[in-house]
Design a protein around this ligand. Structure first.
Ligand code: XMP
Length: 319
């Protein structure tokens, strides 16, 4: 059993020794790992750290605001908020292939990040929230197979192109240790115990072509689903839960009128390792409540379905 205050003190000392008086840049994604890395490094070197938060327009509802409030507002860290949604949407226009979409989002991300890094010529270090399982995975044969099935884009591939030294203070930690550390550093429980969110974000949860209009509908439907899961104490019992936007229209009735609107699928899974997963047996009453809230509150969606596919043969994401 590790002693958290001692661990933090040691980690802080190590970062200070490594970095000295030099400046560090970190890509903040809103995910657990980059958030905890940012909080730890900020504790160690304060304003020598600049976080770059790239909003690709494919984030969840209020995600950008929450990240800014936490890091800039509460921790007083230096955070550059880049709204690149126009640029990402532009490049995704007309693109329907999932792997192509991932490639474009990954490439644009590197480009935007690189441009921001270029504005910080004094930065000598790139900090990343790499954790122990990532270290093993990037060397293992298992990951190669996973990557050929779906290319997973995080903030990979940056250091070579940037010519920066790598700072990875979470390299020795497992996920639950990273979470404990995050809480000890003062990050909110909900941020630290959040479900994983893919790097390409809603880009792979809007099937086919990504459009601003679809992203807006999906964000609102997804937020309702997550709200209700939390309210019913089901959030922590599922490993990942989200809504998926289906760009097909179906007929419905509302009042005296006929509607012809989009469909949203709900996905909730239980898994240990994300390699295999079971669909979560959510109570019908909960599903019913989520469905009627989405249909009543999100104009443009008139039908909600629940995904009861296991992995394998289905994947967790729909793309
Ligand atoms: P699948 O859909 O392959 O997902 O069953 C397994 C886990 O990986 C996540 N995932 C991604 N994460 N970039 C990411 O950072 C991606 O392109 C990506 N695709 C899938 C997915 O959310 C699930 O946790």
């Amino acid at each position: 059993d590790w002693n958290m205050p001692d661990y933090i003190a040691e980690a802080v000392e190590k970062i200070r020794e490594q970095v000295g008086g030099e400046e560090v840049i970190l890509g903040l994604s809103g995910g657990v790992d980059s958030s905890v890395a940012a909080a730890l490094i900020h504790r160690a070197i304060g304003d020598q750290l600049t976080c770059v938060f790239v909003d690709h327009g494919l984030l969840r509802l209020n995600e950008g605001r929450m990240v800014m409030e936490m890091f800039a507002g509460r921790l007083h860290a230096k955070v550059v908020h880049v709204d690149a949604s126009g640029q990402f949407m532009g490049h995704l226009k007309g693109v329907t292939d999932p792997e192509q979409k991932r490639k474009i989002i990954g490439r644009e991300f590197v480009e935007v990040f690189q441009a921001e890094a270029g504005k910080l010529p004094n930065a000598k270090w790139l900090a990343q929230g790499t954790i122990y399982p990532d270290v093993i995975e990037s060397g293992g044969a298992k990951s190669k197979k996973a990557h050929t099935i779906k290319s997973h884009h995080n903030v990979g591939g940056l250091p070579e192109t940037l010519g920066l030294k790598l700072l990875e203070p979470l390299r020795d930690l497992f996920k639950d240790e990273v979470r404990e550390l995050g809480v000890a550093l003062g990050l909110p429980h909900d941020m630290v115990y959040r479900h994983p969110f893919p790097g390409p974000g809603l880009g792979v949860r809007i099937l086919g072509e990504v459009k601003q209009e679809y992203a807006e509908l999906l964000r609102r439907a997804d937020a309702i689903f997550i709200d209700e899961l939390r309210a019913a104490d089901w959030y922590d019992k599922t490993s990942q839960a989200f809504a998926v936007f289906l760009p097909v229209k179906s007929v419905g009735v509302m009042g005296d009128g006929r509607t012809y609107e989009y469909v949203v699928a709900l996905r909730a899974v239980e898994t240990q390792d994300f390699m295999t997963a079971h669909w979560a047996e959510l109570p019908h009453s909960l599903l019913g409540k989520v469905s009627s809230r989405i249909i009543n509150e999100v104009r443009g969606i008139n039908r909600v379905v629940y995904d009861i596919s296991g992995k394998p043969p289905a994947t967790i994401e729909w793309e």
